[in-house]
Design a protein around this ligand. Sequence first.
Ligand code: CUA
Length: 357
Amino acid sequence: MSAEEPASAREGRAQVRRMLLIGVIVSAIGIAVALAIDWFPTQASVQGEKIDTLWDVLLIASVPIFVLVETVVVYSAIKFRMRPGEELKDGPPIHGNTRLEIIWTAIPAMLLVGLCTYAYVTLTDIEKAPAAQSLPVRVVGEQFTWTFFYKGQDGKDVSSHQLYVPENTPIDFTVESKDVIHDFWVPAFRVKIDAVPGIDTHLRVTTKGAPGAYPVVCAELCGLGHSTMRQTAHVVSKADFDAQLRKLASGAAPAGGGGGGGGATTDAKALFTSDAPPTPCKSCHTLADAGATGTVGPNLDEVVPKLTEADIRSSIQTPNAKITPGYQANIMPDFGQSLSKEQIDALVKYLKEVAGK
Ligand code: CUA
């Protein structure tokens, strides 16, 4: 700095130093706040650890840039704003500054290349086949439910409406759809993949060593019942997983066995409110007796009293044969295949008894 340097230039440098100082302080606060925020639900997969670390690195890299730009904008708006009487004045003309241009091109370019490389390496790592033998699970999406298929001990397919996976195990999900595009997502695992009709898609997850229950969500708008397409992923110990597979293979009834006499009503109510049938009745229908408040399908307290037993039965078995005015076809699945005759009988009897009461 020479003695002849004009006062305005010295003042300019001081302004820049002040802006940088404010920028550094606010960046440090910004990073601390961003890292302290709990952005995601509980993390239950090894892939999730890598994704969460990537997220933290992205925060650390982007917060200072945001803060720097905002500091210059806010500082300039306050410091260099037009005061009364200056309306016709214009600032001194600014010509190119090669050094500045090189810096503001090179730094963002290096940051972008670095972050893209890191993200690419993380993605490759997540999708890499695990060394250990992984457990194959087939996931089938349909309006509006997921079904999970496993190979049972005797080699036969075993299906479940809730997802069960053993802890500390690499899982190889093969995902398909029976109708439209869905998206298989367990937020706790962080990763997700589309279920596309006609093709198989794949998703790899290595569970961690903490048993727990996490939501399974459909992350692709797939029709009126999209929001009800939610089930549960149970991460369980290996022994519990084997026991669960045996239970599923032996065809344990999802909602209690069949009691005689008046027991039918209790069973049907349990069936109505359970998560077990392909899709739970309670997610789409309102029925006061069962405490159900779904609004996707007709309110059973209103429609059932007007129906005969035969109508109720066909509405459960083949709901699309006759649609209540004001509702759309192909939303409710045919329960004729997924429920036994006894279960449907019990449901018809139960609905006739309690609807509208
Ligand atoms: Cu299936 Cu949204």
